[in-house]
Design a binder for this molecule. Structure first.
Ligand code: GLC
Ligand code: GLC
Length: 812
């Protein structure tokens, strides 16, 4: 039986083409690269916000709604008695044709019904605070068509959290203004807000609505708004309740005729003394100016071309040609695209993250930037400074911060003892990409307090020190609230369901809870730190940290090895976790990943044994599970990890994020066949068929978790888009499998491939140089035999940096 398919890749246009609106889960895309952002599903659901999905939500969205994914930017077309939407929803009128093309920061949705084609291009123009919706209506029939067109957006009252809870206030605050074809949303502008939003169309309108109940009807739904069904706008003016924006336009199209309408959803900020143009009347000067920049098809097409050109440039920085379309499309398009998205959003806003709970994660953002730094280094630089500014003088740090204020988030606080190390991980990646050591001299405050500034280098130093100053009885790092695994809460001891596993530390006095994951992370980042110090001529500091790294390696060898794999942790009482001695969860992936990346005990066969154990105990059909066997009951001493049912999330789910750690371990050990086998299992394009029905989530990006072998529904994917998996997949394939690794003085070339790999070429822009690198694997999994740079042999595996175009040949 032919399997049902909902879409396919179109590599030439860098799009994923969805051909059936009833995907197994909303398949979404992201619009906007800086400041103004939108989420958009394949049926035009989703919402927009400015910078911060919690504090500046522009349009309203209801998560976990019934039906799923209701609410968005909707166009209703009334053609005689038939009402339909180009994106099928919300009316769900069967269409004669439907297509959604998700591309690089844009989405185009096309529907056809009864001889009319409606195509909408959605995007956020570069450096502008608005979403463009260019609607093209075309009459493909042989008769003149008279259509009634209604647009629809529902405003959020700015703070997405209180918008969903404080109704006693919200139902009385809503305010709008209407001017020509523009509807302004100005709730709370009269008091402390200096910003408003607007929804505009570049055509005369024959009516409008701004009050939701008047437009929809109290007993109707988005699927059958009364005004639309009757074909009569009410010209309602919202006072309180739920303000919306809907334009009404009568459109006549002769056979073959087509018309464009440019809708603009914009956001404006005004200075305090320029807020009003008359008492109670908002100053619209900036809105008028923004509208004027995008009020014709030509202007919009030009802005769209600029956006496409940006992506041409971004995706020209690293381009591989292997002849294997499935690999090439992930490396050249989708993996890099997902890296940009995770860099922008961290874990804040997706269809699984409501945008109100979390801002930017300290560890998450450092990892994300490793997937992004080659794209726009100056933004990565700023991010590093922002992150470091939320650190405390003892090297600890806030676990998250809000993007709008850049302040550490007090609700979650600190105490995640892996966090500091990630700052080294991110900073080193930035310097290697750019050669910009000056970032280390930047003056960066603690906890954003002016007057406390020290250099960024000093921040790195105290980050390292934080680990050394917090060692447990086995001289391994104390875990604190948790390490990378937010759910391994060894000091939490909670019997109270109202306590947060993340923020509760019921006991920590006298704790012996230590983490092998942090031990491995410390060795990996410690080696990087030592190399950096040497590069800077700080030889005493290098020696001091080398000693600490050596001591950590010794501690892992002595007390962190279980015979066939690395232990995961010691609990509060100093008992082993992730050991053969445990009843459940005898082995965990994180410590295998980090300790093999750190190559701890490689000379004694520990690395090889650990990697073999991953294959034997963690690997399954869909990837490697986090721990095995799954916990079957809640364990008070372990915290959230054991709260999940078997096979989900941190309890033996395939947490895709950490699979690449083991894969990198494999590549360092030279096991190219194994590395590739693991990689291909979680590479979306390789398992695209599975996504259509089993994984369910978007087939063009990685999801955070695929249910593991112990789950009730193994193979189900969840939490798509915003996951460290993006950056780690990129780091793994670009630097360790394909083997093109930026270094301080040039590019290190050291691929690790399956024996079956063919010759391939990577075009890599690097600082002011452009390298065309061709690799001849000759059936080898690892080991570069010779390199020539512009025809001349190179010693070793680093091609020294020099500006200009270069041709590199590599023989393995
Ligand atoms: C989520 C969090 C990340 C954490 C991981 C494992 O992906 O964003 O910070 O490391 O879960 O718990
Ligand atoms: C929950 C999630 C975990 C996430 C954490 C932090 O515990 O299961 O993946 O990292 O929350 O918010």
């Amino acid at each position: 039986m032919e399997q049902k398919r909902y879409g396919h890749f179109d590599d030439q246009h860098r799009e994923y083409v969805i051909t059936d609106p009833q995907t197994p889960w909303p398949w979404i895309n992201y619009l906007g690269n800086e400041d103004f952002f939108s989420l958009i599903s394949n049926t035009a659901g989703g919402y927009s916000f400015y910078k911060d999905a919690k504090f500046r939500r522009i349009t309203r969205y209801r998560y976990n709604n019934v039906p799923m994914d209701n609410g968005g930017r909707y166009f209703y077309i009334k053609d005689g008695e038939t009402v339909w939407n180009p994106g099928w929803k919300p009316c769900k009128t069967p269409l004669d044709f439907y297509e959604c093309r998700h591309g690089m920061s844009y989405t185009r949705i096309t529907g056809k019904k009864n001889g009319v084609e409606a195509s909408v291009l959605f995007f956020v123009p570069l450096k502008k605070w608005c979403e463009v919706q260019k609607l093209t209506l075309k009459n493909e029939s042989s008769e003149t068509k008279s259509l009634k067109l209604f647009s629809f957006e529902e405003w959020c009252l700015w703070n997405a959290a209180t918008d969903m809870e404080n109704f006693q206030r919200n139902f009385s605050t809503g305010e709008v203004e209407i001017e020509g074809s523009t509807i302004y949303h100005k709730t709370e502008y009269r008091e402390r807000r200096n910003h408003y939003a607007f929804y505009h169309v570049n055509a005369p309108i024959q009516g409008f609505d701004t009050d939701r109940e008047t437009f929809v009807g109290l007993y109707n739904a988005f699927a059958d708004p009364q005004a639309v069904m009757e074909g009569k706008p009410r010209n309602s003016h919202a006072h309180g309740w739920s303000p919306i924006a809907s334009h009404y336009i009568e459109v006549t199209l002769k056979p073959g005729e087509s018309k464009d309408f440019v809708f603009l959803l914009g956001y404006i900020e005004n200075e305090q003394d320029e807020k009003f143009e008359a008492p109670q009347v908002i100053n619209k000067k900036k809105a008028h100016a923004l509208i004027a920049e995008l009020d014709t098809t030509e202007k919009v097409d030009k802005a769209f071309a600029e956006l496409c050109a940006l992506w041409d440039n971004l995706l020209n920085i690293y381009k591989v040609k292997t002849g294997n379309d499935k690999l090439d499309r992930m490396v050249n398009i989708w993996n890099q695209y997902q890296c940009m998205v995770t860099f922008n959003f961290s874990r804040s806003a997706s269809f699984f993250e409501s945008g109100v709970g979390r801002g930017m994660g300290f560890r998450d953002s450092n990892q994300d930037l490793v997937g992004f730094v080659h794209q726009i280094p100056p933004r990565a630089r700023q991010r590093i400074i922002d992150i470091a500014s939320t650190q405390f003088p003892d090297g600890g740090c806030y676990h998250q911060y809000q993007p709008l204020t850049k302040r550490g988030n007090n609700d979650i606080g600190g105490g995640f003892n892996d966090d500091p190390c990630w700052l080294i991980f991110g900073t080193v990646a930035y310097i290697k990409e750019t050669g910009d050591f000056s970032i280390l001299d930047e003056m960066v405050p603690f906890d954003n307090q002016p007057g406390t500034e020290v250099t960024l280098f000093e921040h790195l130093k105290i980050s390292m020190n934080h680990v050394i100053e917090n060692l447990g009885p086995h001289l391994l790092p104390l875990i604190g609230r948790a390490d990378w695994n937010d759910c391994l809460n060894l000091n939490c001891f909670s019997w109270d369901p109202n306590e947060s596993f993340q923020t509760t530390e019921n006991v920590s006095e006298g704790t012996k809870a230590e983490s092998l994951m942090i031990a491995g992370l410390f060795v990996v980042t410690g080696k990087d730190y030592v190399a950096l110090c040497k590069k800077l001529g700080k030889n005493d500091e290098a020696a001091r940290m080398q000693q600490a790294v050596d001591a950590m390696i010794a501690a892992v060898k002595k007390d962190g090895w279980d015979g066939e794999w690395y232990l995961r942790a010691y609990d509060f009482y100093g008992r082993k976790i992730g050991s053969n001695e445990n009843d459940e969860a005898k082995i965990f992936i994180e410590s295998q990943g980090w300790c093999t990346m750190a190559e701890i005990g490689a000379e004694d066969g520990m690395v090889a044994k650990s990697l073999d154990s991953c294959k034997k105990y963690l690997e399954c059909e869909h990837g490697m599970v986090l721990n095995n066997p799954a916990f079957s009951k809640y364990i008070y001493e372990y915290g959230e990890i054991s709260s999940y049912p078997e096979g989900y999330k941190e309890n033996a789910g395939i947490f895709c994020h950490n699979n690449p750690w083991v894969i990198i371990g494999e590549t360092l050990a030279g096991r190219g066949n194994d590395a590739w086998a693991h990689y291909a299992k979680i590479l979306p394009s390789y398992v695209e068929e599975k996504y259509q029905t089993l994984h369910k989530v978007e087939p063009y990006v990685n999801c955070q978790m695929v249910a593991g072998k112990d789950a009730f529904k193994p193979g189900e994917g969840k939490n798509s888009w915003l996951t460290g998996t993006a950056a780690w997949m990129w780091y793994t394939v670009s630097e360790f499998i394909l083997g093109i690794k930026p270094d301080y003085d040039g590019i290190r070339i050291d691929p690790c491939l399956p024996e079956t790999a063919n010759d391939y070429t990577v075009n890599r822009k690097f600082r002011d140089a452009e390298y065309e690198i061709t690799i001849h694997p000759n059936g080898a999994q690892k080991g570069v035999k010779s390199i020539t740079l512009d025809g001349k042999p190179v010693e070793g595996t680093v091609i020294p940096y020099s500006a200009g175009k270069h041709v590199v040949e590599v023989t393995m």
